[in-house]
Design a protein around this ligand. Structure first.
Ligand SMILES: [Zn+2]
Length: 148
């Protein structure tokens, strides 16, 4: 199943789901150091390497077309895969950040509830103490008098 985002990416790079699916991202999770192994559509078991060449500042592919400097679908599919990968990572990060906000808010709320409860317990204790000492008149003030 493809999402709207995927469909947009595939359309932009003129690739199919199967072609992008043939791309295997290799290397670290940092986007810069990664390269791709792309399964050949004609020769089973053959994989071509697509990587960024810093000197010529372009993608290179080890397939026949790529070696002759001709564009190939391996490069396009790798680009599509990379973009999809970045998008998914960003979405995941946003989701994690949103989750963190919810968790922090819940922590604050529960701390407030606990504090509230502690205050109520203290108030109850004070009331019990006052009633023990003065009975039910504990909270009734004596009338104000000038003359004593
Ligand atoms: Zn190629």
């Amino acid at each position: 199943m493809t999402t709207t985002t995927e469909t947009t990416i595939y359309t932009r790079y003129h690739v199919t789901f199967e072609q992008v699916n043939a791309c295997h991202r290799i290397g670290s999770t940092t986007t810069r150091a990664a390269y791709y192994q792309v399964e050949s559509s004609k020769n089973d078991g053959t994989e071509y390497t697509v990587e960024y060449n810093r000197i010529v500042k372009a993608l290179t592919c080890t397939c026949k077309a790529g070696q002759n400097g001709i564009g190939c679908w391996h490069k396009r599919a790798s680009l599509a895969h990379a973009e999809e990968y970045r998008t998914n990572r960003r979405l995941l990060q946003e989701k994690e950040e949103a989750q963190a906000v919810v968790e922090i808010a819940a922590e604050i709320a529960s701390a407030e509830v606990a504090e509230d409860k502690a205050n109520r317990v203290e108030a109850d204790k004070a009331e019990v103490k006052a009633r023990k000492a003065n009975g039910y008149n504990a909270y009734n003030r004596k009338p104000f008098q000038f003359l004593r």
